[in-house]
Design a protein around this ligand. Structure first.
Ligand SMILES: [Zn+2]
Length: 434
């Protein structure tokens, strides 16, 4: 019961604490919290012993977190022990046990390297309080049902089960048909899942096989493309599809009532490494993670600032979108030598612009994936008509002329993707990767 009380306490704190009105005020609060947090980290995490200012800390990445796992966490938990524990839980699909009071989870790395995260009881309650304060429609004292589709359950999420709030977990490794019946019976108020799953449910609803009408749909874990967002809005008759941008390294951004993603600058500090005038790679410092500190962690993602901010008036940095992984920037030989990098968004637009008077897709609004292979050539996985293939080829040629690169051969193949893997519409495969 202590935990329910903690969740409620944090919910009330995040929901009703006075909001900063300006960027300057946000900055000042961050400085204060950061000073306190770094004092704790420098005193408890062996790898950071004695460091003072944020600038003194090295930038970190996944390799650092893995290699320094034992010396980084402040609970004295060894990597091998944690990994054994987490793998066992996943194998049994039994996620309630804890390792000396600590939640241990595996993160689904897209790059193949598995990350391990540690979260304390208090951190889990704080996280749950924060998420509920951000998203729960109406009062926390009302009854709410949440359907949560995800790859693995974790007692991190069970922190949200507080009696009146019923969080129902749907394990993605199980049969979707069984889920449909359960989902229909639950008739959830809030539906949470990755875009590829939400799109399947939207399809079922449109086909009349599922009749749920949630008040809120929240997209997690994968990049939500604009066209997919539009399909979800239409299927669920909602003005906004909410998004949570979260990874092992922290709860980084969430949507406001206008559907704009804002960086959660009340719990994380983001340094921006600019790639052009509005695209940047975030370097994250989370000032709430004490057990496994995340300090100056360089994420592999490309974020795009929203020019002019957001109408909601929040001083927290507004994003136009999450464009994708830095690894997925395509690379082509330049027309005048050298190499040209092309951001995923420009590639995506080729499919959008290809649509015209002639039908481009064999059926419905189509799914596609485009992959740059290790040899540099492109593979388009989509069920396109002949005219559609020609149009996509033309758009790619136009892009290559505009951006001065040599377009490699393009193969057109039927749409398909491995189930269970994250959906990536634009992906670059590098050497040595499977
Ligand atoms: Zn906003």
């Amino acid at each position: 019961m202590a935990r329910v009380f903690d969740v409620l306490k944090y919910y009330l704190y995040y929901k009703y604490r006075p909001r900063e009105k300006s960027r300057e005020a946000v900055r000042r609060r961050q400085e204060r919290r950061l000073r306190r947090h770094l004092a704790y980290v420098a005193g408890h995490s062996p790898v950071y012993r004695g460091l003072k200012r944020l600038e003194d800390y090295p930038k970190t990445d996944k390799a650092f977190m893995t290699e320094q796992f034992d010396r980084l966490n402040t609970a004295g938990i060894g990597r091998e022990e944690a990994e054994r524990f987490a793998v066992q839980a996943e194998r049994d699909r039994e996620f309630s046990p804890k390792l000396r009071g600590v939640t241990v989870g595996l993160s689904s790395g897209t790059s193949g390297q598995r990350g391990i995260f540690l979260v304390s009881e208090k951190e889990a309650a704080r996280w749950a309080g924060y998420v509920l304060a951000k998203f729960l429609p109406g009062s926390i004292l009302g009854r709410h049902s949440i359907a949560f589709f995800m790859r693995a359950d974790s007692n991190l999420y069970q922190a949200v089960n507080t009696g009146r709030i019923q969080m129902c977990f749907f394990d993605l490794s199980k049969d979707m048909r069984v889920h449909m019946e359960k989902l229909q019976a639950l008739a959830p108020e809030i539906l949470v899942g990755q875009p590829s799953v939400l799109l399947v449910l939207a399809g079922e609803k449109k086909a009349g096989r599922l009749t749920l009408s949630p008040r809120m749909v929240i997209s997690i874990a994968e990049v939500l493309e604009k066209e997919d967002e539009a399909r979800l809005r239409e299927a669920f008759c909602l003005p906004v599809i909410h998004q949570v941008y979260q990874c092992t390294e922290g709860f980084l951004a969430s949507t406001c009532c206008f559907g704009t993603l804002h960086i959660n600058e009340d719990i994380v500090r983001i340094e921006r490494e600019y790639l052009d005038e509005k695209r940047f790679v975030p370097v994250v410092t989370d000032f709430e993670r004490k057990l496994q500190p995340v300090i100056r962690y360089r994420l592999n993602d490309i974020l795009v600032e929203k020019p002019g901010g957001c109408l909601c008036g929040s001083p927290h940095l507004a994003l136009e979108k999450i464009e994708g992984r830095e690894d997925d920037v395509f690379c082509f030989p330049g027309l005048t030598g050298g190499e040209r990098s092309v951001f995923p968004d420009f590639i995506r637009r080729c499919f959008l612009f290809a649509e015209g008077e002639e039908p481009v897709w064999k059926a419905g609004p189509g799914d596609y994936r485009i992959v740059q292979r290790a040899d540099g050539t492109l593979a388009v996985y989509a069920d396109l008509t002949k005219a559609g293939e020609r149009r996509v080829q033309e758009e790619l040629s136009r892009l290559s002329a505009e951006s001065s690169f040599v377009l490699p051969p393009v193969d057109f193949l039927p749409y398909g993707r491995e189930s269970g893997r994250k959906l990536k519409r634009v992906e670059r495969i590098r050497q040595k990767e499977m």
